[in-house]
Design a protein around this ligand. Sequence first.
Ligand SMILES: [Zn+2]
Length: 694
Amino acid sequence: MSTDPFPTDRPAVVTCGLPYANGDLHIGHLRGYIGADTFNRALGTLGQQSAYVCGSDMHGTPVAVNAEKEGIDPEEFALRWHEQYKETFPQFGIDFDNYGHTHDRTNTELTREIVTSLEKNGHIYEKTIQVAYDPDADQYLPDRYVEGICPYCGEHARGDECDEGCQRHLEPGEIKEPVSSITGNGATYCEREHKFFRVSEFADYLTDFLDGLEGTSNARNQPRQWIEDGLQDWCITRDMEWGIDYPSETDGEDQLVLYVWVDAPIEYIASTKQYSERVGTDTYNWETVWKNDGDIVHIIGRDIIQHHAIFWPAMLEGTGYNAPRAIAATGFITIDGKGLSTSRNRAIWANEYLEEGFHPDLLRYYLTTTGGLQQDVDFTWTAFQEKINGELVGTVGNFWYRSLLFAYRNYEGTPDADVSEEVRERIEDAIAAFREAVNEYDIRAVGLTATRLAQFGNEYIQRNEPWKLTDEKPAAAAQVIRDCVQIAKAVGVLLEPVAPGKAQLLWEQLGEDGDITETQLEAALAAPPESFAEPGELFEKLEDDRVNALEAKLEAKIEAATESSDGSEKSDESEDTTNTDTHLEPLLEERISFDEFQALDIRVGEITAAEGIDGADDLVRLEVDIGFETRQVVAGIKQLHDLERLPGTKCILLVNMEPAALFGVESNGMILAAGEEADLLTTHGEAGVGTKIR
Ligand SMILES: [Zn+2]
């Protein structure tokens, strides 16, 4: 793995987490694919050879369960979604060099080859385990066929992941109180032989791997913790029919298929191979990338970090493939500050956005420049409008149009002059910022580089007032406009990764030939064509009444979904990038430093007494033992807790809160609680009274 900055002289591949072929695409999916597409385009702008590959994830229990519901074959079901995705992605400018699927021949063969090789290298063993079984349906219950309680955090969980709690991957047999999702009956456990991948023996390798890994910090930090906690071997087979058969088993009756998370990431390689075979290995060689010396960049949702930063690199290492150079994990999307929920229709669907007639670049710009890759992004139509009107219409579009129109009317194109030193330097700065942003996997900064340059352009034209110069100082006027046309061209080059469609339009208006996608950074400083036609406006203002109508529409559809779902929650939650809770407050954008956090003295305490305060409906006087002393604290939890049961409970107390008096009672600390119901925070281990939270 290399740490030379991009562009390198090696081929790169950029991948994005595979969509489950299981339901309509929405803004939560698009965010990842657009982010990865922007990154890949930006690499191209730097001059890096790169392929952007992906494919549909056809296997796994979500697909099997939903196909069964519709009474059709899982392959037919998954292929239908696959075809839809293939059509949808290009409509958002998401330009995959290859888009395959995990059930195709390339991936099936490669998966069997890799598993066979893992087995040969001694990384796989057989073990008898307990698997959930539904006696009524006479069926084993892998993964999402079973639900129950997470053994780590106690939250309700799916058979293969703690989706509502600690986000851990769950192994077969781990889930407590298993319930069959086929019949709703309690499941039993029975013994079965399964194949295990010895992930535990890769702990040292993975520690080193993570130390050198680029991308977002969450993709390194969480896995480090998991390694520290001790890696479990990984069950890689399932008792079901839909999937890729385990290579060395031939017995029809007891045939095991590979767990979906074995063949899913292998599609990254398979898809690269298909691309390579199509363009020819002289142009792009998949084996160079995956086996010799290439730069592999994975962009994923943050709920699948474990699969990509632990299992996947261990599989690659165990079979002699290259390790990824970077893993960038995206945050969640919220809608109006609340968790995106497909069952409640609190979502912006891909086709819905397109049907509104909006240009894909507007959404691309919004998603990339609002939160980058790692941050959560909140979508509201109002914020969308502010972004579009403020930055794309007001800054970028305004600068483009006024510069080119002025140039066209006075010079019928680019005035004859050299670019001034000031403007050349400003463009060079923008190029440097762009290069740095790509190397930091900061697509937000990538997108904003162009906007900031356009902002400078507006200031430049305002400051120099060329319209006052044309008569008396024609050379000075020509100089200013020459500079502005150059800035406009540079803005186009730098905006292309985020807004390729609009950048291409600008390119054509400037009289440039060819595809702006093929241009590289040098083009930002190359001379524009001498003549061009009258320009048109590139962006359109989004009016208030349109936004009001969109908001009303969103509200109405959420309401309709809530009514029709009849209170039954989460029944069809199937998305891997969504956050299903409603009523969540938006995340704060502003970050605090570690020092600021350290300034909060938060301790484990134990409530020793609790009594209501006379005359106050909600308030309780608590005595909390914090080891050194006992604090008196007033808390607004009277209606929400049974006071008699509080003494003896461990709690978490902010002890250096300024004292305050409430109803004449001094409160000397603040007890921490979650949400409207004042769910009191506590510890789950042995942390003693007085222990500092850090
Ligand atoms: Zn959990």
